[in-house]
Design a protein around this ligand. Structure first.
Ligand code: URA
Length: 242
């Protein structure tokens, strides 16, 4: 895969003229119907600028990553089914609204995905959360499933799969295969991540055409060590160690 040029454009609300908006690098467009990229707002770009900065300390990295995670969870929830639901307000009037339908659970890909669990809990009180540990097998260099702990009724739930950095997609593909083997249909899985690579997204969409991905940003590509570029380095190291 060739490294894509960084798309740079004025960022800001529509009512401002182009000359009033500062320019910034925005997400690469992948043009895949199942992939939702968060709106490239000044707020999102400013939050990403903080967590991408190598000079950002751990406290700020955690705080600002958590804000982006919250945006991802809120957007992810928009893709779950709802039904019409009318309520009566305290002034005795009806309001024709919606209610969420269907049970959900989170599944984090350890260790970095665990950083996204609290953001999900903040939006969905007492949500069930499972975990999957996948690591590279030293002998084969392929991803290998080391551990999983999943709700026993996972086949009846919508699954929000959590991993902040979507690089080659190797771990995510294996995690989805585990979920499918436990009876979760592909179309009931939503994969939430902060930064994705175009090649990871394309591999994944070719393999799981019905699975939805919600990401904050698609970056330019991968380097020779499969780090996302420009990326933010090792998410787990920056979130969990100093
Ligand atoms: N995982 C990370 O933490 N960072 C990357 O760039 C790729 C995978």
């Amino acid at each position: 895969d060739k490294i894509k040029p960084a798309p740079t454009r004025p960022v800001g609300p529509d009512y401002r003229s182009e000359s009033q908006k500062p320019a910034a690098t925005v997400s690469v467009e992948v043009g895949i119907e199942t992939v939702t990229v968060l709106p490239q707002t000044p707020q999102l770009i400013a939050l990403l600028s903080i967590i991408r900065d190598k000079a950002t300390d751990r406290g700020d990295f955690i705080f600002y990553s958590n804000r982006i995670i919250r945006l991802l969870v809120e957007e992810g929830l928009n893709h779950l089914p709802t039904t019409e639901h009318t309520v009566t307000t305290p002034v005795g009037r009806p309001y024709d609204g919606l209610s969420f339908q269907g049970k959900i659970c989170g599944v984090s890909i350890m260790r970095a995905g665990e950083a996204m669990e609290q953001g999900l809990r903040d939006c969905c009180r007492s949500v069930r959360i499972g975990k999957i540990l996948i690591q590279r097998d030293e002998e084969t260099a392929q991803p290998k499933l080391f551990y999983d702990k999943l709700p026993e009724d996972i086949a009846d739930r919508w699954v929000l799969l959590l991993d902040p950095m979507f690089a080659t997609g190797g771990s995510a593909i294996m995690a989805v295969e585990v979920l499918i083997s436990r009876g979760v249909p592909e179309e009931r899985i939503l994969f939430l991540n902060l930064i994705a690579s175009p090649e990871g997204i394309r591999n994944f969409a070719a393999k799981f055409p019905k699975l939805r991905v919600v990401t904050a940003f698609v970056d330019q590509g991968l380097d020779e060590k499969n780090y996302i570029i420009p990326g933010l380095g090792d998410f787990g190291d920056r979130y969990y160690t100093r």
